[in-house]
Design a protein around this ligand. Structure first.
Ligand code: 4NP
Length: 187
């Protein structure tokens, strides 16, 4: 089956709590490269769209190797080159308890997606939670592309990841605007 295009991608899941902020968690393996870059880019784009109070973003890795570490230096450097600040980040491991506490999980690649789904199955998560676990490249209209793991790669690899994130998050922010706008009218 071909990957879903932006046109056929299902809409973002509705907020669990229509009167609270919408919560997005970006997820990769180590939480030192892709998902913290995604978090920083999404937060900046939400602020530019005036949605910073309506949508809350965080990130985590499914692995525990880097818990407490700052963002990988080449990832931070690429962010800084384009005007973002990744200095405050400290890596965290995804905890299954978060499955019930976020509205949307954006997996950076298909392996992260499979890891998250496996955690949700172990946790006996509700079908509603499963629907909230999505592939970034699918939601972002990037033909279901993986965000490639840049760890140990060249500056150009990190720059490519950042470009994918900036392009894809712009599309996700426009969907988030719809989903939090719809929640506001339900209040
Ligand atoms: P990330 O990159 O998942 O984008 O943070 C990685 C960082 C560390 C490792 C793998 C990927 N690692 O195996 O330690």
């Amino acid at each position: 089956m071909p990957p879903e295009s932006a046109a056929t991608s299902p809409p973002l899941p509705p907020p669990r709590n229509p009167s609270g902020p919408y919560r997005v968690c970006c997820v990769c393996l180590g939480n030192i490269c892709r998902s913290p870059m995604a978090e920083v880019v999404l937060r900046a784009q939400l602020a530019a769209a005036g949605l910073q109070d309506r949508v809350i973003v965080d990130s985590a890795g499914t692995g525990d190797w880097h818990v407490g570490d700052p963002m990988n230096a080449p990832a931070r450097r690429q962010l800084e080159r384009r005007g973002y600040d990744g200095a405050a980040h400290r890596a965290r491991q995804f905890d299954a308890s978060w499955l019930a506490e976020r509205d949307l999980f954006l997996a950076m690649d298909n392996s992260n997606l499979a890891n998250l789904r496996a955690l949700a199955r172990q946790d006996d998560a509700a079908p509603d939670t499963m629907r909230r676990i999505r592939l970034f490249g699918e939601v972002a209209g990037l033909d279901g592309a993986d965000v490639p793991d840049p760890w140990g790669g060249s500056p150009a690899d990190f720059a490519r990841v950042l470009t994918m994130l900036e392009t894809g998050m712009a599309r996700i922010v426009s969907q988030l605007r719809d989903v939090v706008g719809a929640a506001a009218t339900e209040r």
